[in-house]
Design a protein around this ligand. Structure first.
Ligand SMILES: C[S@@+](CC[C@H](N)C(=O)[O-])C[C@H]1O[C@@H](n2cnc3c(N)ncnc32)[C@H](O)[C@@H]1O
Length: 443
């Protein structure tokens, strides 16, 4: 079917904005659609898909889509639309444009230079090759450049997976159980879910299967004191609250008021009453210090480069320079150090990222262990066996889109050694202890 000619103009217009990379692509797209109400929902979908295709194929389109130079915005818009909707759906093309699109379509992409196939900045490609080897880096890059499936998590305090599958089928929406998360569903196509009673009543949430597994390996239990240190809009908080069967106390910390405010409506739908959102100024906030040594489980879903989510956010690779990784490392180490103080002896912490880079993952954990002799790494193989999750891992959890079909995630489990029992105080020591306090009281 032919697309309305205005689609090309809209795609070109919004691309011009997005390719400045001053804001996340999804934010710019939403703003554009809000300002251009004349675009119906189908047209919006076509424009969004074309924009994402340009972000996914930018190196190829830029290197091969120009006529002797950088392609114009119109050519990029045409390439994006041809990639997703097909050349035949485009109306009003000149002969030259049809010929150009056909020529690009006929290129055998398997024969392109590796960087044009990987479609990412050189620094990132080099890092992936150094870490995964060339063959695996190429397989990984290929999958990172495809759209992600839509995964749901069943809210176990409101429903079970089989009932949700049956109710979705009535919609009719086809959903299959995910292989690793016992609460996960993978939905065929990408239906709108927001108006379904299942969604409105909080029986389902949208959440990548990998993200569900991260919440599961924290293994938070009924009645425990738990902290989700970087809760954001609460994707993992909601999963943790349900694992705790809506008992105990689950603090959802974050430094971003805006993100925490997005948790509120989700929390209301979920039916959870054990979650306490807390806005903190930084990882050394006094609100955190009051809980030091009192917490059973801590999740640190650290801010990171986000490169594991490129299937959903292909702009992330273009929006950050290589230097962003070092900046992230500093934050990650500081947050992990601050969060670890919360744990009781014997308590467990999960350090997690959605980064594919060792520098934000193993490196941070190894550095932490070297400077915190009171913490041990718990092998991931042991944790997964305890949780009955059918994944083969060694010391760490490393989920990869081309191997596991999830977003890219890393996680490590750290356990605080039991605290030594306090020695009973002698009379002399008690008198000595009392002296400074008395001095202080007089000051
Ligand atoms: C990866 S995101 C969290 C995603 C969230 N856990 C989820 O599942 O939806 C990282 C979060 O860390 C927060 N953050 C950044 N610096 C922080 C700090 N010093 N202390 C606590 N949270 C921080 C960011 O605002 C962001 O929401």
């Amino acid at each position: 079917m032919r697309l309305p000619p205005a689609i090309l103009g809209s795609t070109e217009e919004v691309l011009r904005e997005i390719l400045r990379f001053t804001a996340p692509a999804d934010v710019t797209l939403s703003r554009y659609f809000k300002d251009h109400q004349r675009l119906g929902s189908r047209e919006r979908g076509v424009v969004a898909e074309a924009v994402y295709a340009v972000l996914r194929n930018k190196t190829f389109f830029t290197d091969f889509g120009g006529t002797g130079g950088t392609p114009s915005m119109r050519r990029l818009a045409l390439l994006g639309l041809a990639e997703t909707a097909g050349i035949e759906s485009l109306a009003g093309l000149s002969d030259e444009e049809t010929e150009f699109l056909t020529r690009i379509q006929d290129i055998d992409r398997a024969l392109l230079p590796p960087l044009a196939q990987a479609n990412m900045p050189q620094w990132l490609y080099d890092k992936l090759v150094a870490q995964y080897g060339e063959t695996e880096a190429q397989q990984l890059a290929a999958v990172l450049n495809t759209p992600a499936p839509l995964d749901l998590r069943v809210n176990s305090i409101k429903a079970n997976r089989d009932d949700v599958i049956a109710k979705l089928a009535e919609a009719p929406i086809v959903a299959e159980p995910t292989p690793y998360s016992p609460l996960g569903l993978r939905v065929k196509k990408k239906p709108t879910l927001q108006n379904l009673p299942l969604f409105k009543d909080g029986a389902i949430e949208v959440q990548d299967e990998g993200s569900q597994v991260l919440a599961q390996i924290l293994a938070a239990r009924r009645g425990e004191m738990v902290v989700d240190f970087c809760a954001g809009a609460g994707g993992k908080t909601l999963a943790l609250g349900a694992t705790m069967r809506n008992t105990g106390r689950l603090y959802a910390f974050d430094v971003s008021e805006k993100r925490l405010s997005k948790l509120k409506p989700r929390l209301a739908r979920s039916g959870l009453s054990n979650v306490h959102p807390v806005l903190i100024a930084h990882e050394r906030d006094a609100k955190i210090k009051r809980l030091a040594g009192k917490i059973d489980r801590v999740l640190v879903d650290a801010p990171c480069s986000g490169l594991g989510t490129l299937r959903r956010n292909p702009d992330v690779k273009w929006r950050q320079p290589e230097s962003a990784v070092a900046e992230m490392q500093e934050k990650q180490a500081a947050i992990l150090d601050g969060a670890a103080r919360l744990l009781k002896g014997g308590g467990r912490l999960v350090y997690a990222t959605c980064s594919l880079l060792n520098e934000e993952n193993e490196f941070i954990v190894e550095q932490f262990i070297a400077s915190h002799p009171d913490f041990d790494l718990v092998p991931m193989s042991k944790v997964l066996a305890e949780q009955k999750i059918d994944l083969e891992m060694d010391q760490y959890l490393k989920l990869l889109p081309h191997k596991h079909g999830t977003d890219g995630f890393f996680a490590a489990v750290l356990e605080r050694k039991p605290m030594a029992a306090k020695k009973p105080k002698t009379e002399a020591a008690e008198a000595g202890d009392a002296a400074p306090a008395a001095d202080a009281a007089q000051a």
